[in-house]
Design a protein. Structure first.
Length: 357
């Protein structure tokens, strides 16, 4: 069982280069046991679902962080943060086996609106900024089926929720690819940061509907889909893709975890689940952790839009504090919220500058 609450120099370098880190034997068995038990009891009473945001009758999920060394690891790596009060239990049940590469994995960035879409592109007036009946008022009052707002701020300048770290705790064996593994897109987090900087500097929306990121994409069959990645990031990712039946499948970094193992990733690291072809459901608990922002809202731990209420309402912020501008600033300077990474970041940037001089 891990006893060191600080990342080693090698672990910090891996986090810097990859945008994520896997840590073994972090959460003890008694905590993972109670979390599994709580999820199964809740599912038995409320029905099987892919995800449970609403387990609030027990502290078993937040205890995975708050009562293990994981909480200390996050504090030494990120800095002060609100201990989570909630966690998101994410279950991927077994699927039929299919020949598609990488177990059908497709990456996305967190904090995106998701909701019912029209069946054909002909129903959409503008793929970049759709303003049809499917999107209602198409402003910050509209929330998706995932409860994430279409825009975060009333002025509609930010269309992406943000936080500091995406943290996952494994509750069962995922040590082989094909067991519904979380997968991440290694090493593009700096490109994502640069993309947000470009959007900000263009003076338009930051996130979907901003420069280089249309809200929707046209499918080859005439349908439409959400655009889960900005186009420039997708082009980078497709340089390392597998072709199948004329389609490109981006190659991921599968996260191989056993019970009690942990993955910590930057918000800017695209991720997603993959198909589960094993015998048992994949069971993870995810937390969205954000470093304290003086004047900011309390972060409960499971929301991808922590600057807004879970159901989409607006918090009352102190005068002079602009949560949307702060969020944009952090999206454009993500390492600024990682106190324990500052020496590693500075050393790498210095080496890069010396090499390019």
């Amino acid at each position: 069982m891990r006893t060191n609450p600080e990342l080693t120099a090698d672990e910090k370098q891996t986090l810097y280069e990859d945008g994520f880190i896997v840590l073994k034997d972090v959460v003890p068995d008694e905590l993972t046991f109670e979390a599994r038990r709580t999820i199964h009891m809740f599912a038995g009473r409320n029905g099987l679902r892919r995800g449970y945001h609403d387990i609030q009758t027990s502290s078993a999920l937040p205890d995975l962080v708050n009562k293990s060394i994981l909480g200390q690891i996050l504090r030494t790596t990120i800095g002060p943060y609100d201990p989570p009060e909630r966690g998101f239990a994410a279950i991927l049940y077994p699927n039929e086996k299919q020949p598609t590469p990488n177990y059908g994995w497709h990456p996305h960035l967190d904090g995106l609106w998701s909701g019912p879409l029209p069946k054909t592109a002909d129903e959409i007036d503008d793929l970049h900024s759709p303003r049809t009946e499917h999107f209602g008022a198409a402003d910050a009052t509209v929330s998706g089926a995932n409860l994430t707002p279409l825009f975060q701020d009333p002025e509609c300048t930010l269309s992406l929720g943000s936080f500091t770290a995406f943290v996952g705790v494994a509750l069962n064996d995922q040590t082989e690819f094909g067991r519904g593994n979380l997968c991440l897109l290694r090493g593009v987090h700096e490109d994502v940061e640069a993309f947000f900087q470009m959007q900000r500097d263009s003076g338009g929306v930051v996130g979907p509907e901003g420069e280089g990121w249309p809200r929707l994409s046209r499918l080859p069959n005439g349908g439409v889909s959400m655009t889960p990645l900005p186009y420039p990031i997708r082009e980078i990712a497709l340089k390392h893709a597998t072709e199948y039946n004329g389609n490109q499948f981006i190659n991921p970094a599968p996260i191989l975890l056993d019970v009690g193992d942990v993955v910590i990733a930057l918000h800017a690291c695209p991720h997603g689940g993959s198909r589960n072809e094993w015998s048992d459901p994949r069971m993870n608990v995810y937390f969205r952790i954000r470093r304290d922002r003086p004047g900011g809202a309390r972060v409960l731990g499971d929301s991808d839009h922590p600057d807004r209420e879970w159901l989409g309402g607006f918090y009352d912020y102190p005068g002079g504090y602009n949560p949307w501008q702060v969020a944009i600033d952090k999206l454009c300077d993500h390492w600024s919220e990682w106190d324990g990474m500052q020496e590693t970041v500075a050393a790498n940037r210095a080496r890069s500058a010396a090499t390019s001089a």
